[in-house]
Design a protein around this ligand. Structure first.
Ligand SMILES: *[C@@H]1O[C@H](CO)[C@@H](O)[C@H](O)[C@H]1NC(C)=O
Ligand SMILES: *[C@@H]1O[C@H](CO)[C@@H](O)[C@H](O)[C@H]1NC(C)=O
Length: 536
């Protein structure tokens, strides 16, 4: 916090407050800005009042990262240009208000620090590596499209978030959630022994622990929804194609999607508004999904009464046989809240073939992924300006050669090797895709149409497979903590393009419950002498 200049900013920062992990800016009688849990609206209000600078925000988050990352290991790299970008944003804001008072704000993300999953390419000093040493030093041709949009909007690229290495696709089931060679084992900030889930682990943990304002993750099968659920943050998995995947390391393009992770539904929606839309670099998927984008964007659906008149389905056979007994009472309580807020709960529904749908080896998903990954990752690697590896075969060879660094002995690279053995999207893969489409048609599509549902609601992560194999959207909202303190969320899912309804129900549920708590980290932060000096 050393960068804060009391004279020029006119803000008072109590050093004692910083040390107790609760820094507050008070300027004037009724102005109050608290760094931890700051929302985008609060940040923009503080900017507009000249009570906060983007630079101060960046300094706060970098201090948080310095303090917490040795334990949480959720950030791989901090952008050496983050402070400069913040200064530029501050300058632009100053100019704007001097030149034309009538102009409203510069946009919701202007000056706001964003962390990117380490699979989202940036053409700057940051590496883009999927957590693996194999891609360190590779040079991308340009920013991912979602990053271009962030930069155009004046957002600050704070750095790269850790993840389960290669989306865990190096060795499915063997690589622990949140582990990558470059970052080590990331930790759940609520429960050190708790599963951080993956693969967007770092994106979720960092937001949960107030190491950044918002982040981007990606999902093919649960990779946004699950870590968000397990780390008590909001995760928004958009309909496939709503957000461009150009410049993002792929898994299976027919299912890959990029989405926000944040502490509140409105923050997720502001970020979504910025990154959606047609992109010629991801032509087919984005041109198809662009028709779903409402005129005026998504923030108009942040409606406190959003649950009124909604029909929400509870598909009991998605989770009845699972070990959910500890969260079921809270779930039932939340169902009552949803009813009281005006929704109709259509209970005791069943989707047919749930066992097949939930099993990637049976539903066609794994077959499609094995072939799709090889083809698409080879395309990504070929596009790089320069890179130590140019193909999946090169990565496998790199891992063999650097087996200690990549912990090949323990975690293996079985899935990579299986993927390398495939040769493109043939008859078998087309059949696999057809099977997923049929399971979706006979499953969630039929259920939602027959019951006239607006969304389905699930405790925890049990709708991930249903949403994954159909490219459907979902949003998870913090819903509680079990007796050990382990978080869980409520997940709302729906058919393609139903983001407006999902936002209405998720926002109304969030506002009716406000369950999210900060992780219990403050006591365990050990400020080193160096940090102390910096803080004063
Ligand atoms: C990117 O990787 C290179 C090579 O290891 C390293 O020197 C550089 O510091 C990395 N960039 C950042 C921002 O950490
Ligand atoms: C079910 O959950 C309880 C409480 O979290 C746990 O103690 C138990 O080991 C779990 N059982 C199984 C079979 O996973």
């Amino acid at each position: 916090m050393m960068m804060i200049n009391r004279q020029t900013c006119g803000v008072i920062i109590a050093a004692a407050a910083i040390l107790s992990f609760n820094p507050v800016i008070s300027g004037g009688e009724d102005f109050h800005f608290t760094f931890p849990e700051a929302t985008i609206d609060e940040i923009q209000a503080a900017f507009a009042e000249n009570k906060l600078t983007s630079r101060q925000l960046v300094e706060f988050y970098i201090t948080q990262i310095e303090n917490l990352n040795p334990r949480l290991k959720s950030v791989l790299e901090v952008n050496p240009d983050a402070r400069n970008q913040a200064d530029e944003a501050d300058l632009a804001r100053k100019r704007r208000s001097r030149d034309d008072q009538s102009l409203r704000s510069l946009g919701k993300l202007h000056g706001v620090p964003v962390l990117l999953k380490d699979t989202i390419a940036t053409k700057d000093k940051l590496n883009t590596t999927a957590g693996s040493y194999a891609l360190v030093g590779s040079v991308v041709g340009r920013d991912a499209t979602v990053v271009e949009r962030l930069r155009d909007a004046g957002a600050v690229i704070l750095g790269k978030a850790s993840l389960t290495e290669w989306y865990s696709f190096r060795s499915l089931g063997k690589i622990p959630n949140g582990w990558c060679a470059r970052g080590g084992q990331a930790q759940n900030p609520y429960l050190p022994s708790g599963d951080p889930c993956g693969s967007s682990s770092g994106s979720a943990i960092s937001v949960a622990a107030n190491m950044v304002a918002v982040s981007l993750g990606s999902e093919t099968h649960g990779s946004i929804l699950c870590p968000a659920d397990h780390n008590s943050v909001v995760g928004f998995k958009p309909t496939v194609g709503l957000t461009s995947r150009a410049g993002v390391i792929p898994v299976l393009p027919i299912h890959d999607t990029i989405g926000p992770i944040s502490r509140t539904v409105s923050d997720a929606v502001y970020l979504l508004d910025l990154i959606v839309g047609f992109d010629p670099r991801d032509y087919e998927a984005t041109s198809e999904a662009a028709k779903f984008i409402p005129v005026g964007g998504y923030k108009q659906f942040l409606n406190r009464d959003g649950l009124k008149g909604k029909r929400l389905g509870v598909v009991r056979n998605l989770f009845n046989s699972r070990n959910v007994s500890t969260i079921i009472p809270t779930f039932e309580h939340h169902l009552n809240t949803l009813r009281k807020s005006g929704a109709t709960i259509v209970d005791n529904l069943e989707i047919s073939n749930v066992d097949v749908i939930s099993n990637p080896s049976k539903n066609g998903e794994l077959t499609a992924m094995l072939a799709g990954f090889k083809t698409s990752v080879n395309d990504y690697l070929k596009d790089l300006v320069s890179s130590p590896v140019r193909s999946l075969a090169d990565i496998i060879a790199f891992n063999q050669k650097n087996s200690v660094l990549e912990n090949i002995k323990e975690y293996g690279q079985d899935t990579f090797i299986s993927s390398e053995k495939t040769c493109g999207f043939g008859e078998k893969e087309r059949k696999a895709v057809e099977l997923m489409e049929k399971l979706s048609r006979d499953g969630i599509e039929k259920l939602m149409i027959e019951n006239k549902l607006d969304a389905i609601v699930t405790p925890g992560t049990h709708s991930i497979s249903v949403l994954g194999i159909g490219g459907y959207p979902g949003i998870t909202v913090p819903a509680g903590y079990d007796s050990n303190g382990m978080p869980f969320g409520l997940c709302f899912g729906g058919l393609k393009g139903t983001e407006p309804k999902l936002i209405e129900v998720a926002y109304a549920f969030e506002q009716a419950t406000l369950v999210r708590k900060q992780p219990p980290l403050s006591k365990s932060i050990e400020l080193t002498q160096e940090n102390l000096n910096q803080s004063i």
